[in-house]
Design a protein around this ligand. Structure first.
Ligand code: PMP
Length: 284
C-alpha cells in the first residue's frame, strides 16, 4: 500500500514518524475519514470544513488548501486502486524538541499522514439489512467532543464493551440522555419525526448528520433536535446511526430491547437510499 507522509507518497513500510511527535505522545492531532464509492470521494467539502475547524480550535495551521487536500486524496485513491473504501487523513502537531505540555511555536511543521483502506461493496453492507444492536455505557469523554481529535481510547473501550456483549456498538449516556455512538451520531424515529441531539461541544458535528437532516426535511420528514433517553429509544418506532463510513445504519435493539418491529423500518431504509443516491451524485 502507498501512503502519504508530509509531501511524499511512500510504501507503507517506509513511512516513518518521530517518536517525539505530539500526536504519538499526547494525542495532539485531528483526523478525518472520507468514504470512497466508485473511486470518488463522498462529501469531501464537508470534511474540509470540519478539518479546518478542528485545526483552528487547537491553534494549528491548516497545512493545505482544500484544492491541495483534494489532489492528495485523489492521488492516493488512484495509486492504491481504491474503488470502494476510505481515505484516512491525520494532522498531528509534530514536535521539534523535548516533551512539553505547552505547544511548540507556530513555526513547527505538523505531521500529515493519509492512507487508504479498501472495502469492496461498502455501500451494500449486509448489516444495513439486519441493523445494529447497541448497548448503553456512561459517557466519560472530555468536554470538547466537537473537535475531531485522535484521542480515541474511550470510544475504543466502548467498541470493546459492545463486542464483549455480543452487539455492534455502544451508545454513550450522560446525565440520563444519549450523546452519540462510539463513532457515529444517534437518532430515533417516532412516526414521521426524526429526533437527534442538538449540536454543542458534547458531540461531534457529524457531516453525515448534516446531510441526512437536510435530506429528511426535503423528503417532508419532521426533524426535532433534542436529547433522548435510552427508554425513549426502546419505545421508538425506529432508531439509527449515521457516520461517514457506515452512512445511515438501522439500530434494531437497545440494551436488549427490540426497537419497533426489531428490524430496519421504512424511514431509516428510505433515508439510507436517499443519502447514498444523493451523495454518489455529488461525489468528487
Ligand atoms: N460522533 C463521533 C464520536 C464520531 O467519531 C463520528 C465519526 N467520525 C461521528 C459522530 C459521525 O461523524 P461523520 O458523520 O462526520 O463521520
Amino acid at each position: 500500500r502507498t501512503v502519504y507522509l508530509n509531501g511524499d507518497y511512500l510504501p507503507e513500510t517506509e513511512a516513518r514518524v518521530s517518536v517525539f511527535d505530539r500526536g504519538f505522545l499526547m494525542a495532539d492531532g485531528v483526523y478525518e475519514v472520507t468514504s470512497v464509492l466508485d473511486g470518488k470521494l463522498i462529501d469531501f467539502a464537508g470534511h474540509c470544513v470540519r478539518l479546518a475547524r478542528s485545526l483552528s480550535e487547537l491553534e494549528m495551521k491548516n497545512p493545505h488548501s482544500d484544492a491541495e487536500w483534494l489532489a492528495i486524496h485523489r492521488e492516493l485513491v488512484a495509486r492504491n486502486g481504491i474503488v470502494d473504501g476510505m481515505v484516512y487523513l491525520q494532522v498531528t502537531r509534530g514536535n521539534p524538541g523535548d516533551r512539553d505540555f505547552a505547544y511548540p511555536g507556530p513555526e513547527t511543521e505538523p505531521t500529515v499522514v493519509l492512507f487508504t483502506q479498501s472495502k469492496p461493496g461498502l455501500a451494500e453492507n449486509p448489516a444495513a439489512k439486519t441493523g445494529w444492536k447497541v448497548i448503553s455505557i456512561p459517557d466519560i469523554r472530555w468536554g470538547r467532543r466537537d473537535i475531531k481529535t485522535v484521542q480515541l481510547l474511550y470510544p475504543s473501550m466502548g467498541k470493546m464493551a459492545a463486542k464483549k456483549a455480543g452487539v455492534d456498538d455502544s451508545w454513550f449516556v450522560e446525565e440520563g440522555v444519549v450523546t452519540e455512538g462510539t463513532s457515529n451520531n444517534a437518532y430515533i424515529v417516532k412516526g414521521n419525526k426524526i429526533i437527534t441531539r442538538q449540536l454543542s461541544n458534547d458531540i461531534l458535528h457529524g457531516i453525515t448528520r448534516a446531510a441526512v437532516l437536510r435530506f429528511a426535511v426535503e423528503a417532508q420528514m419532521e426533524v426535532e433536535e433534542r436529547p433522548f433517553t435510552i427508554a425513549e429509544a426502546q419505545g421508538a418506532d425506529e432508531a439509527f446511526i449515521t457516520s461517514a463510513s457506515a452512512f445511515v445504519m438501522p439500530v434494531v435493539e437497545v440494551d436488549g430491547k427490540a426497537v419497533g418491529a426489531g428490524k430496519p423500518g421504512a424511514v431509516v431504509t428510505r433515508l439510507r437510499e436517499i443519502y447514498l443516491d444523493e451523495m454518489r451524485k455529488a461525489a468528487v
